[in-house]
Design a protein around this ligand. Structure first.
Ligand code: SAM
Length: 298
């Protein structure tokens, strides 16, 4: 298994916009290897952390990385969308944050099937308990559904053409591996490497990953429920890497900041999304599409 180091995105900004200097609990919804969590625990001895990850392997890695602070940490192997329904005392929580998507640790493990660059099974499940993987979607979804997913989540121009080709191919032999799918994408989209152009498989793999893990599902409901539960002064911060996710965060924050005739529940701290500096993007290309939005409970 390869495990190229994950570099956390906008760590200073996360600390600053959460106002994580305050004593109390912070909830990391998407722990990954625990980079953001470490930053808070290291820099604030009065901070306690509640962490979630849906991926057990990532959670175990975080547990190891956060070991020096274990007495201030509670971890859950769970989808963060269950957080509002757990018996957690929200009156002690000063900040909740999520850094959405997958980590380099997951992306660079060929067995997980997240990367079109690495040969492996078409899996892409963050949670191994989940029943649907990418191979099932590719081999079972209707041609129409596949086209919709590639178009909506991957913004692939040739979505219909690729879905048609997949539907024809799989009649003879199932498509089971990342490299089979990558080659198919390259052929259908007539890929020729060009500076500044995104590989079509990158779009298709992103779309499949979003569908496998239902990444957009109930993000708005989660933000709504959490907003009601948080105490005044507590902060919510989300880093997203996809325009559809960012739109959900933006609209939900706006809905609570300027509701129709009702008392606002949120003050938006980031009028525009905060993005990484050029220096950060140069050091970590994964950061280039990151957008950070933060709000404070009123
Ligand atoms: C980008 S990584 C987080 C990296 C982390 N912030 C750091 O700095 O090291 C995202 C993590 O969120 C997890 N994840 C994604 N969706 C989730 C969900 N709905 N519930 C819980 N964890 C989730 C993934 O398994 C992955 O480990």
């Amino acid at each position: 298994m390869t495990g190229m180091k994950h570099i956390s995105v906008m760590t200073d900004e996360v600390f600053r916009y959460l106002e994580a200097r305050r004593k109390g609990y912070y909830v990391d919804c998407t722990l990954g290897p625990g980079g953001h969590a470490l930053q808070i625990l290291k820099n604030n001895p009065k901070a306690r952390l509640i962490g979630f990850d849906i991926d057990e392997i990532s959670l175990n890695l975080a547990r190891k990385n956060l070991k020096p602070y274990a007495d201030r940490v509670v971890l859950y192997h769970s989808d963060f969308r269950y957080l509002p329904d757990l018996h957690i005392n929200f009156s002690h929580i000063e900040g909740i944050y999520a850094d959405l998507g997958v980590s380099s640790f997951q992306l660079n493990n060929p067995e997980r099937g997240f990367s079109y660059n690495l040969k492996g099974p078409l899996d892409m499940r963050m949670d191994h308990r989940a029943k649907t993987n990418a191979a099932k979607i590719i081999n079972k979804y209707s041609e129409h559904n596949l086209a919709e997913i590639f178009h909506e989540y991957g913004e692939l121009r040739q979505a219909k053409r690729l879905a048609k080709e997949i539907a024809t191919r799989r009649k003879f032999r199932k498509i089971e591996t990342t490299d089979e799918l990558r080659r198919l994408c390259e052929r259908v989209c007539r890929w020729r490497p060009q500076k500044g152009k995104i590989h079509p498989a990158a779009k298709v793999f992103q779309a499949l990953r979003i569908e496998v893990n239902q990444e957009l599902k109930e993000l708005d409901t989660f933000l709504e429920k959490v907003t009601y539960k948080l105490k005044p002064g507590a902060r919510i911060l989300i880093i997203s890497f996809h325009s559809l996710e960012d739109r959900i965060v933006k609209h939900t924050f706006q809905k609570f900041a300027s509701p129709n005739g009702e008392r606002p529940l949120l003050k938006i701290i980031t009028k525009k999304p905060v993005t990484p500096s050029e220096t950060e993007v140069m050091k970590n290309s994964r950061a280039r599409s990151a957008k950070l939005r933060a709000a404070e409970r009123l």
